[in-house]
Design a binder for this molecule. Structure first.
Ligand SMILES: CCCCCCCCCC/C=C\CCCCCCCCCC(=O)SCCNC(=O)CCNC(=O)[C@H](O)C(C)(C)COP(=O)(O)OP(=O)(O)OC[C@H]1O[C@@H](n2cnc3c(N)ncnc32)[C@H](O)[C@@H]1OP(=O)(O)O
Ligand SMILES: Cc1cc2nc3c(=O)[nH]c(=O)nc-3n(C[C@H](O)[C@H](O)[C@H](O)COP(=O)(O)OP(=O)(O)OC[C@H]3O[C@@H](n4cnc5c(N)ncnc54)[C@H](O)[C@@H]3O)c2cc1C
Length: 730
């Protein structure tokens, strides 16, 4: 499809393509996984192009309701073709290639996401990973042929991260051989599941399992929630759409509340545990966290999702930068392509190398995932903790880096990058959500940290550890890891870049031409160099050590640090008397995210007043500097010094406690910006989360109920598209 010559191509783009040092088709084959896969992808793309309905009005110009209905219309057309193609596949490998191709091509039809994302991304994988063989035989064909539409409802209003804290209950009633589902509190309302609001008729519900008066912790249940003919919510359920959000606008994320809702005993997904007819609980799993399996799978998938989304963003930005000309550098000469500015290349090229870093790592991670799964089938769960730690930190880093890099791509496109039609805002809105869902960034990094600390303990005991973390043992040897720049960078490369380097070298080591190898090597080097420079600060603080100080005052420093510990500020800790559930505000990592916002607010206000008076002088000062780093530091320094001095002037008449708080804010601002480069400021609250009375869950539910899609129990697209599709009449 891409091989056809296209008329009227911009001359600058043609020129750039002619400059390419390698055969583009060869690289395309490498990315697709081989020539045959490229040919198959193109065949499917061509078929979809012929058969898929396109938008008549751009999606972004529709109302929320129209957007949803349009997404259902397109999804149903895509699903029809998808189901047909899937039915022709016989081998597992062909199925995974086909699913990936469909996933990639489907993105061409949605500015937002399909309401079927959770059905495909979590409902089907959970059936495969959590059902007994008999249950798989029953549910899988229905789900694969889209005779039922499902989603995954784990998160509640009150708990997302802390799964053990979920409040929904599933209590076994042995008289009727049913489970009774209940939402005992407002905070136990299921919240967020994609496709739940209007589309799904089935749902995986994660609930606390009670039988014979005992709680056995969270378990997954497969639950019908809407009538298969009328699509009306079943009696005993309150279900609806949660309301507008940053992205995912066509995913109809929903809420679900249970009131003595009865489901058959075999609704419990019984691969890892079952409840017998008489209510006896039987544990089958060899590892207590196997019910968290779908989350690991999706975290693994997300690495490749991020590679794909960033590849789209950086392709947009690089093409546009080749076309865009700006600023007359020499009189009477053409304005340069913005791509030729070094600062522009600095913004963009790291994204290109990041795409490859993510894709190679993702290929490796998926293989590792399948190996661990195969071992677990034979009863060996030894590699699960490391897989969990790896998928956690890779998911956290790639989702965070990807959304930041997409923002850079948007910045690189100037004002036009802010247009929805550029697709960069939608790509950002989609990817920034991935930093939160399927495990919040900080929380997942902490899971990996927990694994590393345990491994470190093993290293200290002299026990063997897996190859991936063997560097911890090597770095006990001071010669291998000294504090010289080379030593530190060596350590950093070993930790952060090891997989990418080895995988990219392995993938391009045969078959590929020298030209491709050169480019891949350059991208790999760029990625390593970029991050060793970006994170030099982090590496240097490794020496922030009571043991390794220059003066050797080891014991004095150990005691000084111990006395600073907050635990030592009170003789008896309150947990001696009771054990409260922590508020997320108590986590230092959360305070790190929030308090700088308060300090910045004061800093900006003070500086704005000062700036007004001396605008002319400062404007000329801010103009200095040839790179963007220098003026950024200059601007930051202005904020710091004005904040410091102006605050000092205005606080003298205030009471001592208030003075102390304001001075702490100045200190925080100064200290924070020596460590960080960015921060957020939320000046106008207008927020369900930030209300003065703290009635967060009540307000979220009130807003959701006001949501127009909830004014009609069944959306008309059910009768028009979904029902004929499910019944095979479309
Ligand atoms: C035909 C049509 C054509 C179209 C084709 C399209 C094709 C589509 C394909 C789809 C492709 C891709 C898209 C996929 C996108 C899907 C969209 C998803 C949307 C979002 C969904 C969600 O968000 S669902 C909800 C997710 N929720 C979370 O992730 C919650 C995060 N919290 C946790 O994971 C855990 O609670 C916790 C890990 C943070 C803590 O758990 P817990 O309190 O129980 O544990 P502890 O901290 O006490 O640790 C105890 C020990 O357990 C270990 N542990 C923890 N988790 C795991 C695990 N998962 N596995 C193994 N071990 C685990 C932990 O390390 C501790 O170990 P020890 O230290 O040894 O004690
Ligand atoms: C677009 C989108 C789609 C989603 N789809 C689904 C879905 O289909 N099904 C579903 O079940 N869920 C879904 N979710 C929910 C999602 O999985 C959760 O929002 C996510 O897991 C984060 O949990 P939380 O909202 O409870 O965040 P919280 O845990 O409340 O996080 C708030 C803050 O507290 C911090 N924090 C929390 N715990 C700790 C800790 N132990 N240590 C340090 N800091 C901590 C976090 O870092 C964060 O800064 C979706 C969410 C989004 C945004």
């Amino acid at each position: 499809m891409r091989n056809k010559p296209i008329a009227n191509v911009n001359a600058d783009l043609l020129k750039e393509r002619k400059n390419c040092s390698f055969d583009i088709e060869e690289l395309t084959n490498l990315i697709d996984g081989g020539k045959n896969q490229t040919a198959r992808r193109r065949e499917i793309e061509n078929m979809l192009l012929k058969n898929m309905p396109f938008d008549i009005i751009p999606e972004e110009c529709l109302s929320a309701k129209e957007k949803y209905e349009n997404a259902v219309r397109k999804s149903v057309a895509l699903n029809k073709i998808g189901v047909e193609l899937v039915s022709q596949v016989t081998k597992a490998k062909e199925l995974s290639d086909l699913t990936l191709t469909l996933r990639r091509v489907s993105d061409a039809y949605f500015r937002e996401v399909t309401p079927f994302l959770l059905h495909l991304g979590m409902f089907i994988p959970t059936i495969l990973g959590q059902c007994s063989d008999e249950q798989v035989a029953h549910w899988l064909p229905l789900a694969m042929q889209l005779k039922i539409i499902g989603t995954y409802a784990q998160t509640e209003l009150g708990h997302g991260t802390f799964i053990r804290g979920l409040e929904t209950t599933a209590t076994y009633d042995e008289r009727t051989e049913e489970f009774v589902l209940n939402s005992p509190t407002l905070s136990s309302s299921k919240w967020w599941a994609g496709g739940l609001g209007k589309t799904a008729n089935h749902c995986i519900v994660v609930a606390q399992l009670y039988t014979k008066g005992e709680c056995y912790g969270t378990h997954p249940f497969i639950v019908q929630i809407r009538d298969m003919d009328t699509h009306m919510p079943l009696k005993g359920l309150k279900v609806g759409e949660i309301g507008p959000r940053l992205g995912f606008q066509t995913a109809d994320n929903g809420f679900l509340v249970f009131d003595n809702f009865r489901i058959p005993r075999d609704s419990l997904m019984m691969k890892h545990a079952k409840v017998l007819k008489d209510g006896t609980y039987v544990k089958i799993a060899r590892h207590s966290k196997l019910t968290y399996g779908t989350m690991i799978f999706v975290r693994v998938l997300l690495v490749s999702e991020m590679a794909f989304n960033l590849s789209k963003a950086v392709t947009i930005a690089v093409r546009y930068s080749a076309v865009r000309r700006q600023s007359e550098l020499k009189p009477n000469e053409p304005e340069p392509q913005v791509l030729d500015y070094l600062t522009q290349q600095h913004k963009l090229f790291i994204s290109i190398s990041t795409v490859y870093a993510f894709q190679f790592t993702s290929n490796w991670l998926m293989k590792t995932y399948h190996t661990v799964q195969a071992n677990m089938k034979h009863g060996n769960t030894d590699a699960l903790p490391e897989l969990h730690a790896l998928s956690s930190c890779l998911k956290a880093i790639c989702t965070s880096d990807c959304s930041a890099a997409i923002e850079q791509c948007r910045f690189a496109c100037g004002g036009h990058g802010y247009m929805i039609s550029s697709n960069l805002p939608s790509l950002y809105a989609f990817t920034t959500a991935t930093r939160t869902y399927e495990g919040d960034y900080t929380v997942l990094l902490l899971q990996t940290a927990r694994f590393l600390v345990k491994t470190w303990e093993q290293v200290e005991l002299g026990n063997a550890v897996t190859p991936m973390v063997a560097y911890l043992a090597r770095h006990q040897n001071r010669e291998a890891w000294d504090e010289s720049p080379e030593g530190i960078i060596r350590a950093f490369e070993a930790i952060a870049a090891g997989v990418y380097q080895t995988e990219s070298v392995r993938s391009v080591s045969f078959g590929q031409s020298d030209a491709i190898k050169d480019v891949m090597k350059q991208l790999s080097d760029l990625y390593l160099l970029y991050w060793s420079l970006e994170r030099t600060g982090d590496l240097l603080t490794t020496l922030k050590s009571t043991l390794g100080s220059y003066d050797g005052r080891v014991y004095e420093r150990l005691m000084e640090e111990a006395l600073k510990s907050p635990l030592n500020q009170e003789p008896v800790n309150e947990s001696f008397h009771n054990e409260p559930e922590p508020q997320v505000m108590d986590f230092v990592s959360q305070q790190h995210k929030l308090f700088i916002g308060i300090a910045s607010y004061y800093s900006y206000s003070m500086t704005a007043l000062w700036l007004w008076d001396i605008l002319t002088k400062v404007t000329s000062e801010l103009g200095v500097g040839k790179t963007d780093r220098l003026p950024e530091s200059h601007g930051r320094a202005v904020f710091m010094s004005v904040f410091n001095s102006e605050m000092e002037k205005s606080v003298s008449s205030l009471s001592a406690p208030l003075q102390a708080v304001l001075r702490q804010l100045v200190e925080l601002y100064l200290y924070y910006w020596t460590l960080e480069k960015r921060g957020d400021l939320l000046l106008v609250l207008q927020s369900t989360l930030g209300s003065y009375d703290g009635r967060v869950y009540e307000r979220l539910m009130e807003e959701a109920l006001k949501n127009p899609p909830n004014k009609e129990p069944v959306n008309e697209s059910f009768h028009k598209y979904l029902k004929p599709f499910i019944q095979g009449k479309l």
